[in-house]
Design a protein around this ligand. Structure first.
Ligand SMILES: CC(C)(COP(=O)(O)OP(=O)(O)OC[C@H]1O[C@@H](n2cnc3c(N)ncnc32)[C@H](O)[C@@H]1OP(=O)(O)O)[C@@H](O)C(=O)NCCC(=O)NCCS
Length: 175
């Protein structure tokens, strides 16, 4: 499996994957024109040239982004594709210098296992204003908000990879 940024040629596959779950009201629908406009938000997982998963990072501010349109092809679940996509999107969020990433989801446990915490939806009013108010589930929404602090993620990673005892100390740089 290979992870890469989506390209324009991926839009038909993205549309098919997302539409399938949108029909089940698991993710929000995305129109073809929306996908062409925002294809750069997407990362795809592919195998043998076939897209088998996707996820997008939507920016809301200098500090905050949302993971959305996260989908893994039916029949390919539980093979680590979703996790790999989330980790790649979090790496991307870090590279942009963001502070936190959230998701509104029906699978909060999947995100909790990846270090996200449950959060109050009211913390993300711009999401509610942008997407939720036009969603058919608005008055009866069953999705949970989850969020991850990227500084905590970095700290967890540092704790997992202790400096080798034999490794020389990092040089002190004078300014
Ligand atoms: C949710 C989804 C992205 C997970 O992708 P995946 O490739 O199956 O996930 P992975 O194989 O990386 O991870 C599997 C882990 O997540 C957990 N998991 C997967 N789907 C889950 C679900 N629906 N509810 C709770 N936990 C779930 C599994 O128990 C497993 O846990 P483990 O790591 O302790 O074994 C995928 O099932 C999917 O596309 N679902 C439909 C669309 C959707 O709900 N997207 C999320 C929108 S925010």
């Amino acid at each position: 499996m290979n992870l890469r940024k989506a390209e324009l040629r991926d839009v038909p596959a993205l549309s098919e994957l997302i539409s399938r779950f949108a029909r089940e009201r698991v993710v929000l629908p995305r129109t073809i024109s929306d996908l062409y406009e925002n294809v750069w938000e997407f990362t795809v997982a592919e195998e043998g040239g076939r897209v088998l998963g996707c996820g997008a990072l939507k920016f809301y501010s200098q500090e905050l982004a949302e993971i959305r349109s996260l989908c893994v092809e039916p029949g390919r679940e539980s093979h680590g594709v979703g996790t790999a996509l989330v980790e790649r999107l979090l790496d991307e969020a870090e590279a942009y210098g963001l502070k936190s990433v959230f998701a509104l989801t029906l699978v909060p446990d999947f995100f909790r296992k990846r270090g996200f915490h449950q959060a109050a939806r009211e913390k993300f009013p711009m999401k509610v204003w942008r997407d939720c108010t036009s969603c058919p589930k608005y008055s009866n929404c069953d999705e949970k908000a989850v969020a991850l602090d990227l500084a905590e993620r970095r700290a967890r990673r540092t704790r997992r990879v202790p400096r080798a005892a034999s490794q020389p100390p990092a040089p002190v740089l004078s300014t």
